[in-house]
Design a protein around this ligand. Structure first.
Ligand code: IPE
Length: 266
């Protein structure tokens, strides 16, 4: 059997949770996305979701991203993982209900980082799961780290890592806006959308991209773009589109035009 070149879908925490309220999921968005994923009918899909108002506030309260400093953080590490499994459970419930053969994989159990960067991740298991026609579902999680003891691994770093290792066909990122803008479109209705960006253009605007609204321990939009850049450098096409609007994710998955930002190496 030849290697499967996956399509990697990231569902941003801002799209699937309400970042103004801790531990609140947008279940209607999750259900619609599960339906759109089912209808895309892909046998090469990997899903990665973010933490939103589940992972970020808990991780921030205990300073998990910065690493292990004192024993009370251990409960915070456990709690952050636990709230991520709660959000993951909601995503999984919905996918299974929509008859997607989704299989949840906890990064905290199979990834080790070194100073925040993935060092060990047995991707052969993911390859095997994909080959058998399952849809692996991963998420931003707490992980053990060689230098820091532990830290937070963003879903975006997982997306890029898997995209490069598995030679992804493309990456689709679902957020709560219609792609990237020169300013926060929720705060400024006149914000200008970026419809197409080359790698060079992306690098230039990277630092202008603001912080996300609500708690974000992994660096907001600028942090996400920094994580995605290596995938773009490997020539992998990235589409960033609105997951909170009906059909954008479905269309992006099946290769149709969407309102959003297309990012290409050149
Ligand atoms: C964060 O993952 C995971 C935790 C805080 C445990 P992401 O950084 O990918 O999450 P979003 O998409 O920004 O919410």
């Amino acid at each position: 059997m030849s290697e499967v070149r996956p399509i990697i879908l990231k569902l941003g925490g801002s799209a699937i949770t309400d970042k103004t309220q801790e531990l609140v999921a947008k279940t209607e968005v999750i259900n619609r996305l599960a339906d759109e994923i089912k209808r895309a009918d892909l046998d090469n899909l990997i899903i990665v979701h973010g933490g939103g108002s589940f992972g970020h506030p808990t991780a921030q309260r205990y300073g998990i991203k910065e690493g292990y400093k004192e024993p009370t953080q251990k409960l915070g590490f456990a709690e952050t993982h636990h709230v991520m499994t709660m959000l993951n459970g909601l995503v999984m419930d919905s996918l299974i209900l929509h008859e997607v053969p989704a299989l949840s994989i906890a990064p905290s159990c199979c990834v080790v980082t070194d100073n925040g960067k993935i060092k060990i991740f047995e991707e052969n298991l993911i390859k095997r799961i994909l080959k058998m026609g399952f849809t692996p579902v991963l998420y931003g999680d707490v992980v053990f780290d060689e230098k820091l003891g532990f830290t937070v691994l963003s879903g975006d770093q997982l997306v890029t890592y898997l995209a490069i290792k598995l030679k992804a066909e493309k990456i689709v990122i679902g957020v709560d806006t219609d792609g990237l803008f020169d300013e926060d479109p929720k705060a400024n209705p006149n914000a200008k959308p970026y419809r197409h960006l080359t790698l060079e253009e992306l690098k230039k605007i990277q630092n202008k991209l603001g912080k996300s609204s609500g708690t974000d321990v992994t660096g907001g939009m600028a942090g996400k773009i920094a994580e995605l850049i290596p995938a773009v450098e490997h020539g992998i096409h990235v589409t960033i589109t609105g997951a909170t609007k009906p059909l954008s994710i479905n269309r992006a998955l099946i290769g149709k035009d969407v309102l959003g930002t297309e990012i290409e190496k050149a």
